[in-house]
Design a protein around this ligand. Structure first.
Ligand SMILES: Nc1ccn([C@@H]2O[C@H](COP(=O)(O)OP(=O)(O)OP(=O)(O)O)[C@@H](O)[C@H]2O)c(=O)n1
Ligand SMILES: C[C@](O)(CO)[C@H](O)COP(=O)(O)O
Length: 233
């Protein structure tokens, strides 16, 4: 049987930083919810077989209604308290899938992910077990400890991570198995799990896109409306 590809759309957050009074993925930009836009990108991609949506318990019904028209959505499942817990909820749902399955984790809050970015991740998964998406930073990135600059990596060695992040299912399962046994577990993304708990697994970084922004704060909605209008950045 051909290797399957599952896209996990992580929509389990509450959008505290946006402060819209409801989860930001339920907010409309250009007349369509952020969640619908994110699901649509994967549902329409020829390399994706199945889309799994993870949503906060209180909004499962709204998410199911938004997901209903998309034919590749297999389920809308309840997430957890943190993004990490929502990724784990998705992995539990994928327990019956083979280790070689390709799995893409995407922030529902990035509604302008496009087919080229998704395609680059899938292509890189042919040769790598873990793949990240990055864009160059125009700012200098520094590591700060106790209010003091601890290190300044040369800017041309840094990128800003976006999603989707892609993995062979067996690899990310193993990473989370080790992570969940660590009482000090803290991670902001799924590549962070592989980097920390499976340090021998190389994570390939492919080019992202500035339009693939994460709607996080009110200014991001202004930019998202601009992009939804078909305008360029
Ligand atoms: N418990 C959580 C927290 C976050 N996410 C998802 O992970 C993505 C990135 O998270 P973030 O931008 O931080 O979203 P929120 O947690 O909703 O935002 P905030 O931190 O401002 O509350 C989002 O699509 C969000 O819905 C999730 O699935 N489950
Ligand atoms: C996964 C991510 O989008 C990569 O930049 C980011 O780490 C998510 O962070 P958030 O605090 O959950 O928005």
């Amino acid at each position: 049987m051909a290797t399957r590809t599952v896209a996990v759309v992580l929509a389990g957050g509450i959008g505290a930083r946006l402060g819209a009074g409801r989860p930001k993925q339920l907010v409309e930009v250009g007349g369509r919810t952020i969640l619908a836009r994110s699901i649509a990108a994967f549902d329409a991609h020829p390399g994706v077989d199945e889309v799994l949506v993870v949503m906060a318990a209180a909004h499962l019904r709204e998410a199911a209604a938004i997901a209903a028209p998309f034919r590749r959505v297999s389920a809308v499942v309840e997430g957890g308290e943190t993004r990490t817990a929502s990724s784990v909820a998705a992995l539990r749902r994928l327990e019956g899938h083979a280790d070689e399955t390709r799995v893409l984790f995407h922030d529902a809050a990035r509604p302008f992910v496009d087919a080229e970015v998704i395609g680059r991740v899938l292509d890189a998964l042919e040769t790598h077990e873990a793949v990240a998406v990055g864009v160059p930073s125009s700012d200098t990135i520094v590591v700060v400890e106790d209010g003091l600059v601890a290190s300044m990596p040369p800017r041309d060695t840094t990128v800003r991570f976006q999603t989707p992040q892609g993995f062979r299912l067996g690899t990310i399962r193993k990473g989370y198995e080790l992570a969940l046994a660590d009482p000090g577990l803290r991670a902001t993304d799924d590549c962070g799990i592989v980097h920390r708990y499976l340090p021998d697994v190389p994570i390939r970084v492919v080019a992202g896109d500035e339009r693939n922004l994460k709607v996080t704060r009110p200014l991001d909605v202004v930019i998202a409306e601009h992009l939804a209008d078909g305008k360029s950045l």
